[in-house]
Design a protein around this ligand. Sequence first.
Ligand code: DC
Length: 225
Amino acid sequence: MAKRKGLVIAIDGPAGSGKSTISKLVAKELGLLYLDTGAMYRALTLKAMRENINLEDENALVELARKTKIELTMNEKRDEIKVFLDKQEVTYDIRTPEVTANIRYIAKVPGVRECMVKVQREIGEKDGAVLEGRDTTTVVFPDADYKFYLDADLKERAKRRFDEMTAMGMKASLEEVEKDAERRDISDKTRKVGALKKAKDAICIDTTRLTINETAEKVLREIRK
Ligand code: DC
């Protein structure tokens, strides 16, 4: 394979493991593009919902994925991404509980995943990137320069998600968020394609008792070794 222009760093892990925050920090520190692959699945889910597509109709979902343009850009401070669906900004609309609950229908369709993975590879190959998701270390870039798997206890992950939702002004109960995280773990880990699993050679970090800075430091130390 031709040598890539920039570093490709892939970071996988379950919801709430800290991978988004860490990936953004690492990308900023290394001057790389940050690619939130989950945001792409979220954006397509939102479009399917808005267009009243039957979420069980795999052919319709693949067709939708093929004709949809999803773009991610960083804001000026390079600490948040903006998400565009066919040129319209949907940064906040993709984070609602309704979208989160429906992603599993979209994420399990092989044809949809092929479309997403193709775009993700093109972006990473171009100038390098920090990619974060469920399958970036196993499917998108199994040959990434660095691969990490972040994890944390379910209770801690649910608490982080709850705090995040409350900060965004969303109403939620901690118990419901924990149940939802558990359901999402099962769906993420048991999907036939693109399932969340540890790549054999990924560096595993348990973030349950680590601060964001401590985790980012660990990741950066591995890269700078
Ligand atoms: O990272 P997140 O919570 O925003 O991801 C939302 C969902 O998208 C997640 O439950 C599973 C799916 N996803 C996926 O199937 N593959 C990826 N690479 C990233 C996310």
